[in-house]
Write a protein that binds this ligand. Structure first.
Ligand SMILES: CCC/C=C/C(=O)SCCNC(=O)CCNC(=O)[C@H](O)C(C)(C)COP(=O)([O-])OP(=O)([O-])OC[C@H]1O[C@@H](n2cnc3c(N)ncnc32)[C@H](O)[C@@H]1OP(=O)([O-])[O-]
Length: 719
């Protein structure tokens, strides 16, 4: 809704009212249309101010309405009626003015913003473009280069930057509506044509053609197959080269394609999934809204390797005092230097002072005695971690939360090492921990709701996208990844090359294929883990690592590559060859091709032609199948949790929504049929055998992803 009131004698004040963000639902649009008409009709009203209730101007179109048939007055004529009004209209902006919200403000004759406001056209992040005239008005107001940047990235700007760009006319620290009301009165009677943005052409920019070409190239490279950023460039180009009416027509045409696209559905699903994961629940029934986090003032990190350093930086940057512990003097000094460098570079980028004094360094684990939350980040070795937890149990004050950053070891086993197992959870950060947004918060059967609530609250405070998951080997992300990587290795055995597999995955939208990622992160890490599991060990009689292990097919190809000292970029050789160790640009390596040929010959394998579709189906469907098993086991609460983990932790292309959303888009019957097909061809690969939940969902008519949880409940209650 929108409320109308007359204030200060002759100002018509229109207040958008739709908590929490005043999204432009049909009712709000109707309210604006009615209020504008009334303001223009009533002779006592000389000018108009539009504002939003509860400290926020407007969060844009109501995204929930996009999935159904649209009703209510459309935005474009509504904004047009504001722009052509004969009385001055001033936008009083606070909180946020985003998407359709900013487009309304651009239709107003003046814009006044509170200094804490953020403004932007984030439609591109939802697979859309600013199609209520935003793509045509913003370049006319601030010029093509700045508009291209904002519209193609969806970046939010501060009020200060908006003022500098010319998006707003004034910024204030005072009550913005009061300031806008006074301002509106001061401009009554002044000519308005110069204030009607659509009546102008874009400010001159030299070399427009070259600018658009360069931007398009850059956008295509970054978009990894997403279509909205490309459409955004085309829309701005229309603003720069066509009269307003024709530009609007182009904007409409481009939006029509985007609006119904699968990518827009995927991105909008991600928007809501990212918010839904905050509403966690545990199998015990404990929930986010009934579990109170403990206060956390002091934190500690044990172990200052790559992960520990990143975690310490993240905590310090969020304002937590950190005790950073590393027991070897030399490593402690190296870590201190590295952490200080990270803090300094981060502060420089953000234009703030580095918080070096937030971190206290120590070689003595006793120094964490007063911490409210301790994160163990020592080497991935159970015996070592057990020892650390036993020490922490003896040292830490009562009530301290003890967390492990293990990427897959048993959190419950670690909990069994301490006096208060209910205060143990996993906080699984992703490398580099100060950059990657994802945090898997792992609860065991004994973790208390309070412990989970505390870890989730800390995750939020340090700016992570935190997902609560149950305890199992590899948790959610790594458990699924194992199957993806396993298929990639099998494909090499069957005739593929690393570059063929990577190309298929990169065309799908991953920034890097599985083999490029392995080269980047180091092949030796996985090798060590496989050895730990007793997998990568040669048979003493044959000297060869068996191709069947623990009753299932196993590919020793990655182990054999490691045996050659090929650990990826750091050694200059891995799945690809690099000019020098540490170099980032890999070339296909004839050595690897010959090695694969010899390997196949040695094992009597006949190479066959493998196409991109098989690569995608084998790698992605086996991983999705494991996702269904994870849901079946109750390790993740719903498909959104898995998808958010993949989008934020594993670079899954956001415009494909996450693996479970992708399965929903492909169609569950098709995923099931292909898995059955591949399992028949490879009966010794259990990960290709369709799991029960997938079968049951298909048997239940393949409901849309939003209904899976209901079906899962029904299925579970029947079991
Ligand atoms: C022709 C078309 C042209 C125009 C297109 C557009 O405008 S496209 C739109 C372009 N606009 C955007 O892309 C802006 C999207 N919104 C945001 O970026 C942020 O919400 C925020 C910065 C406005 C507030 O951040 P914050 O951390 O304070 O709050 P929060 O993020 O936690 O959200 C609180 C609740 O509000 C919900 N909700 C929010 N927005 C919308 C919406 N537009 N709609 C519906 N719902 C929305 C959100 O789901 C959550 O609900 P829950 O989970 O409680 O049930």
């Amino acid at each position: 809704m929108a409320a109308f009131a007359r204030v200060s004698g002759s100002v018509g004040l229109i207040t958008l009212q739709n908590p929490p963000v005043n999204a432009l639902s049909a009712a709000v649009r109707q309210g604006i249309v009615d209020s504008v008409q009334r303001a223009l009709r009533e002779p006592e009203v000389k000018c108009v101010v539009i504002c939003g209730q509860n400290g926020i101007f407007c969060g844009g179109a109501d995204i929930r309405e996009f999935s159904g048939p649209m009703s209510g007055p459309p935005l474009i004529p509504m904004i047009h009626s504001i722009e052509v009004a004969a009385k001055p209209v001033v936008a009083a902006i606070e909180g946020s003015a985003l998407g359709g919200g900013l487009e309304i403000a651009l239709g107003c004759h003046y814009r006044i913003a509170h200094s804490k406001t953020r403004l932007g056209l984030p439609e591109v992040t939802l697979g859309l473009l600013p199609a209520a005239g935003g793509s045509q008005r913003l370049p006319r107001l601030i010029g093509v280069p700045a508009a291209l940047d904002l519209i193609t990235t969806g970046r939010h700007v501060t009020a200060a930057e908006a003022l500098q760009l010319g998006m707003v006319d004034q910024v204030t620290d005072r009550n913005v509506t009061d300031v806008a009301v006074k301002f509106a009165l001061s401009v009554v009677g002044k000519p308005l044509d110069a204030r009607r943005i659509s009546m102008h052409s874009c400010p001159h920019s030299p070399d427009l053609d070259e600018l658009f070409e360069r931007t398009m190239q850059h956008v295509r490279q970054r978009a990894r197959g997403a279509i909205a950023p490309v459409a955004c460039v085309q829309a701005v180009r229309a603003a720069a080269t066509l009269p307003y009416a024709q530009g609007m027509e182009k904007e409409r045409e481009l939006m029509a394609t985007l609006f119904t696209s699968g990518q827009a559905r995927a991105l909008q699903y991600c928007f809501f999934a990212q918010r839904a994961i905050g509403r966690w629940s545990m199998p015990s029934g404990a929930r986010w809204d009934t579990s109170k986090p403990r206060p956390v003032h002091k934190t500690a990190v044990i172990g200052l390797g790559t992960m520990g350093r990143g975690i310490a930086v993240t905590l310090a940057q969020a304002g937590f005092p950190v005790i950073a512990v590393e027991n070897h003097e030399k490593q402690l000094m190296e870590a201190k230097q590295a952490i200080s460098g990270m803090l300094e570079r981060g502060a420089k980028r953000r234009g703030v002072t580095p918080v070096l004094n937030k971190i206290t360094y120590s070689r003595d684990i006793q120094s964490v005695a007063n911490a409210d939350l301790v994160i163990e980040a020592v080497f991935e070795d159970m015996a070592l971690k057990e020892k650390v937890f036993q020490q922490l149990s003896a040292i830490c004050k009562p009530g301290a939360l003890l967390c492990t950053n293990t990427s897959g070891l048993n959190v419950d086993h670690l909990a069994s090492q301490v006096r208060n197992p209910e205060l143990v959870v996993g906080m699984h950060f992703f490398a580099p921990a100060h950059v990657m947004k994802l945090l898997e918060v792992v609860y065991g059967p004994r973790s208390s709701p309070e412990a989970l609530a505390t870890a989730m609250a800390v995750g939020k405070k340090i700016g992570k996208v935190s997902v609560a998951v149950g305890n199992c080997q590899g948790f959610v992300g790594n458990r699924m990844l194992e199957h993806y990587m396993e298929q990639a290795l099998f494909l090499l055995e069957e005739g593929a090359t690393p570059e063929l597999v990577d190309q298929a995955l990169e065309e799908f939208g991953f920034a890097m294929g599985v083999f490029r990622v392995s080269d980047l992160s180091g092949l030796d890490i996985g090798w060590r883990i496989r050895k730990g599991k007793g997998l990568a060990v040669p048979d003493p009689t044959t000297g060869q690592t068996a191709r069947v292990q623990q009753g299932r097919r196993y590919s020793p190809v990655a182990d054999l590559i490691c045996e050659q000292g090929r650990f990826g970029q750091k050694t200059g050789q891995g799945w690809y060859q690099y000019n020098t160790p540490g170099s980032r640009v890999g070339k296909p390596d004839p050595w690897v091709h010959n090695f694969l040929k010899d390997y196949r010959a040695q094992h009597g394998l006949v190479a066959r032609r493998i196409d991109h579709q098989e690569v995608l189906e084998r790698c992605l469907y086996s991983m999705i199948n494991e996702g269904f098993r994870i849901l079946e086991d109750g390790i993740a609460a719903g498909p959104e949790d898995i998808d958010v983990i993949y989008v934020f932790g594993y670079n899954w292309p956001r415009h494909r929504g996450g693996p479970m959303f992708y399965a929903h888009m492909v169609g569950l019957p098709k995923v099931l049929e292909r898995l059955e097909h591949y399992h028949q061809a490879h009966p010794d690969v259990p990960s290709l055998q369709p799991c029960n939940l997938l079968r049951k969902l298909v048997a239940n008519g393949s409901p849309p992803i939003q209904k899976w949880k209901e079906v899962m409940k029904k299925i579970n209650s029947r079991l």
